[in-house]
Design a protein around this ligand. Sequence first.
Ligand SMILES: O=C1C[C@@](O)(C(=O)O)C[C@@H](O)[C@@H]1O
Length: 256
Amino acid sequence: MTDLDARRPVTVRGVTLGTGTPAVIVPLTARTPAELVAQAAPVVAARPDLVEWRVDHLLAGGSDLAAVVEAGRALVAALDGLPLLATIRTGAEGGELPMPGEEYLVVYRALLEAGIADLVDVELRHATAARVIAAAHDAGVPVVASNHDFDGTPDREEIERRLLAMAEQGADVLKIAVMPRSPEDVLTLLSATLAVRRRVDQPLITMAMAGTGVVSRLAGGVFGSAATFGTVGAASAPGQVEVDALRRTLALVHQD
Ligand SMILES: O=C1C[C@@](O)(C(=O)O)C[C@@H](O)[C@@H]1O
């Protein structure tokens, strides 16, 4: 264990977040159930550590709750044992759907009841966050709390405050994505990551988005980020790097 390993790592389906080289997560952004299974095939072939299903894209494509659950079951069958992170990203945080109200909780409950998710992403600021976290924990599913700033980068104290608030809410993994407006903003994100890494037990996932932030996706592990999002085909946020190049870079950055 290095001093940056998380004291409370999270393991799902044999994949551990919080120790060693950061995990590689590939997002799926299909808008229809058929497209979802088709999109999964090359992702599974690339063998990432985890797959993220951006459920908001399917909902935005018009699928109702029953269709979402059915698509989730088909996806799990297609994943060949790879762990699945289920995410509903709201419009307020860069996602595809408004979902300010109870629908967010209803969809997560249905996915949890069906045993589809190995991990769920819960936005710290969502009105139903505490209830989604409780539902996930009742189902034995760890929670990745998240926060996204697509307009800018909060100052270091504010980034730290948000990550610590996630820990206080009982999240198992703490995640933040910011939009850098300068190289200094990337340093702010990385130094907040390192400071929080030294204070909390949970794994962190942090990134600065877009071109200026790519360095944080490649080298964030040096500062205590436990995972990084890479692409096989479509990206789900600006600055994500293709998965093979990402892996090669991680191998260079994490040589021991
Ligand atoms: O929270 C995140 C991080 C992310 O926004 C990124 O910048 O890589 C991509 C999203 O799909 C994911 O849910």
